[in-house]
Design a binder for this molecule. Sequence first.
Ligand SMILES: Cc1ncc(COP(=O)(O)O)c(C=O)c1O
Ligand code: FES
Length: 393
Amino acid sequence: MSENRAPIYLDNNATTRTDPSVVQTMLPFFTEQFGNASSAHAFGNEAAIAVRQARRSLSGLLGSAYDHEIVFTSGGTEANNAAILSALATQEGRDEVVTTSVEHSAVLALTEQLAARGVKTRIIAVDACGRLDIEAFRCALGPRTAIASVMWANNETGTIFPVKCLAGWTREAGALFHTDAVQAIGKVRLNLKDSTIDMLSLSAHKLHGPKGVGALYLRKGTKFQPLICGGSQERGRRAGTENIPGIVGLGKAAELAAERLEPERIRIGALRDRLEQGILRNGECVVLGDIRNRLANTTNIAFDHLEGEAIAHRLNRAGIAVSLGSACRSGSMQPSHVLRAMQVPAWRMHGAVRFSLSRETSLAEVDEAVCAVSDIVTRMRASSRATVREQTS
Ligand SMILES: Cc1ncc(COP(=O)(O)O)c(C=O)c1O
Ligand code: FES
């Protein structure tokens, strides 16, 4: 870590710092207002009111028509699992799942497990820019489709999918449409009222809320079978005593995100572009993903013929936190399934580094990161050229 400045965090797609005002809002719910929302006394009542308020804030951010379309969960992973398994259980005569090759493992690991149990899963490919093969998606929908699940935005490249159109076609095919909006929430304006999206997953820790809490949006009237059975919390849709501080934190994070979404999207987009252009000036690197249609905070840059892992490690030592792509995969030595699906050549894929900004990222941090990356990459290239010279002399 560099001795004379604070660390720089550019890994906000892995998680974000919980906003201090979110923490402040949560704190009383551990101590003074510790009631169980199901209890019929003043303590319980306070908790139930807080959950109602959080539900309202979150449905405001989503542009949802009814507060009770929100079911609180333990996070994005649970919401994704609940959506897909529920559709398979409730859509009579329909037993197939349509999804994409670039989903988060919270969808892909589940569909792999379902496929092993004999459920037909149709995995739609993407092109070299990470864009969905729309024709293949439409062709995959049929009378046996129970659910189509497509992420709103990709966590590794930031590429945004045309989920509203996809939801329309899925509705025409008589199936349910689910979107993993874990990365899109708080970064892209959502208005679920004007869409035919039936289910949507989100997670608080990606929008400056706490970890371990999220939600499933469930359109009014959608048949649902709970993933977790027990008590009748969340109108019988998700059993277990509610994580009140977490839910309150998610509500506050949603409020802050809604207030700041547009100006921050513009500010962060400008910083991301500055970072990207600064790095690209060194040459021998490219941006991966759909540069015309991606999250404003994300850039995935591949440094040709270098090891992304070595770059990330050196940046980390310089006090700059970045990621190789998907945090779940780091350390597994498995190249990213997203970049493989995009058929990025190996000499490029291994050099990919993901930089993801947030509303806490400053101009000074971006400029510092550009200098650090340029310095590291220049040294690495010089040393690899020296090695080649030695080997050929
Ligand atoms: C696109 C996407 N979906 C799902 C998840 C999982 O969410 P959670 O960490 O809340 O389980 C993540 C987090 O990495 C993600 O990026
Ligand atoms: S942790 Fe996000 S990438 Fe999995």
